[in-house]
Design a protein around this ligand. Structure first.
Ligand SMILES: Nc1ncnc2c1ncn2[C@@H]1O[C@H](COP(=O)(O)OP(=O)(O)O)[C@@H](O)[C@H]1O
Ligand SMILES: Cc1cn([C@H]2C[C@H](O)[C@@H](COP(=O)(O)O)O2)c(=O)[nH]c1=O
Ligand SMILES: [Zn+2]
Length: 225
């Protein structure tokens, strides 16, 4: 039987997960926990993905505009470097889905050093599919908080989110998780045909907030065809 990738035979820290759709309060909850840890004198590192924060911004911001300082990194290798640099008591990772499945061994390594890790992110894509690595983290965590937003049609709990307006199209760029968002191989001549990145691709055209996404309950969620 396969062992969960977060299982460790060595003394380990703790994994806390904050998961849910957009607008469910994940960032607010992450900020609350970070503030508490700092009051308790814990040495805290907050990391975010530079695709989401913008490379010149060093903060994570909730949908209502509250923010806390963070270190923006562009990929999982840079995250690992920053996190191993010092002896952090708590490493809080914002928008963990942007780092892809390679984040799992990095989190395991941090826990093996005795660090508490909080991963916050989307567990479902805009087309309703699982968004790794959050489901893997949810299965292997000591503590999971699964949040819901408010469906903007009926007010019930929203587990999903939907894109609004016509989706932006990108053209022959490589997704930042290293996957080509076209059908081509890395190194192939770039196909100039407009394409739609897959929902699991980490692509700049997917970045957005209230202008691009709405929260939807099970009944009112209509996955794209
Ligand atoms: N449809 C919605 N459901 C719930 N909260 C919403 C919705 N739209 C806007 N908000 C606001 O967003 C806040 C949550 O923001 P945030 O913590 O950034 O969420 P997340 O990180 O999960 O996207 C809520 O407290 C609320 O003020
Ligand atoms: C559904 C979905 C969203 N995104 C992007 C859109 C936003 O920039 C972030 C999520 O931010 P939040 O703090 O959780 O509201 O992710 C995406 O890239 N792919 C998706 O499927
Ligand atoms: Zn609804």
């Amino acid at each position: 039987m396969p062992v969960h990738p977060l299982a460790s035979p060595r003394p380990a820290g703790r994994l806390e997960v904050i998961a849910g759709p957009m607008f469910s309060g994940k960032s607010e909850e992450l900020m609350r926990r970070v503030r508490r840890a700092k009051i308790a004198g814990v040495k805290v590192l907050v990391v975010s993905h530079s695709l989401d924060t913008g490379s010149d911004l060093s903060a994570i911001t909730s949908h209502i505009g509250v923010n806390i300082p963070s270190v923006p990194v562009g990929d999982v290798e840079s995250l690992a470097e920053v996190a191993r640099d010092e002896d952090w008591g708590l490493v809080a990772i914002d928008e963990a889905q942007f780092f892809g499945p390679d984040l799992v061994p990095v989190v395991l390594d941090l826990m093996t050093r005795g660090t508490t890790v909080i991963v916050e992110g989307l567990c479902v894509t805009f087309d309703g599919g699982p968004f790794e690595p959050m489901p893997t983290f949810m299965a292997g965590a000591e503590d999971v908080l699964k949040l819901t937003a408010v469906c903007t049609i009926c007010g019930r709990d929203a587990v999903f989110h939907q894109r609004v307006g016509s989706p932006a199209r990108t053209n022959g760029q490589m997704a930042t998780n290293g996957q080509m968002a076209t059908n081509g191989q890395i190194g192939d001549a770039v196909d100039q045909t407009p394409f739609e990145p897959r929902a699991t691709d980490i692509d700049a055209s997917h970045i957005g907030g209230l202008e691009s996404y709405v929260a939807r309950c099970r009944e009112h969620f209509a996955p794209p065809h």
